[in-house]
Design a protein around this ligand. Structure first.
Ligand code: AMP
Length: 215
């Protein structure tokens, strides 16, 4: 399947993407994961992105499109992809449209996951992420703690609060979302691609998406 997952930070895009990969082998592509991996590896991309990320600002569109143009042409995307955290601005959405046309790829749906702001704030302040760039597993100190406090169940590395998940950075990321990313909802509505999902359970969201994808 070829799906874009839209939604505020903390809406659950990553969780839903991971569950959907198990359905048909489509790959999850998270620009946030790619960028965090680059920052930790100290690559040129990581150096260019780091300050923006730490402040809760968006990384420039040109950098993101450079990453995605390459990534979408890698062989594992042939089975399908779940875009998680991309596109995030109207220029990115326009550039993606041009790129997909060039590659002859048709999207199935753009799923907008709606979650109340209170719940988003609650989730983000209690979220913890594995520091291992190859893992980046996500926990929640309240609802989904690791077996051993502060240690990743999957790979044994430390789990930490992300630099951009302090109260200040979170509030800035949500403002950025409202200003730059929320307009994509109308963009994809006009394209006839939008599906709004607001089920409180992951299962409800997955079922709504699969129903649309499988027509
Ligand atoms: P995320 O894990 O998706 O919340 O992304 C973490 C951070 O990476 C964001 O706050 C941005 O600084 C940056 N980022 C991720 N995806 C994008 C994108 N598509 N466009 C611009 N910046 C991005």
């Amino acid at each position: 399947m070829r799906v874009i997952l839209l939604g505020a930070p903390g809406a659950g895009k990553g969780t839903i993407a991971k569950l959907l990969t198990q359905v048909d082998g489509s790959v999850q592509i998270s620009t946030g994961d790619i960028l965090r991996g680059a920052v930790q590896a100290g690559t040129e991309l990581g150096k260019q992105a780091e300050a923006f990320m730490k402040a809760g600002d968006l990384v420039p569109d040109a950098l993101i499109m450079g990453i995605m143009e390459t990534r979408l042409q890698e062989p594992d995307c042939a089975k399908g992809f779940l875009l998680d955290g991309f596109p995030r601005t109207i220029p990115q959405a326009e550039a993606l449209k041009t790129l997909l046309n060039k590659l002859g790829i048709q999207l199935d749906v753009v799923a907008n996951i709606e979650v109340p702001r209170e719940e988003i704030l609650n989730r983000l302040t209690t979220r913890r992420t594995c520091v291992n760039p190859q893992c980046q597993a996500i926990y929640n100190v309240r609802s989904q703690p690791p077996k051993v406090e502060g240690v990743c169940d999957k790979c044994g590395n430390p789990i930490v609060q992300r630099d951009d998940e302090t109260a200040e950075a979170i509030s800035h990321r949500l403002d950025t979302y409202n200003q730059k990313t929320a307009p994509l909802i109308d963009f994809y509505r006009q394209e006839g691609m939008l599906l709004t999902v607001d089920s409180p359970s992951s299962e409800g969201i997955i079922n709504a998406i699969l129903e649309r994808v499988n027509g």
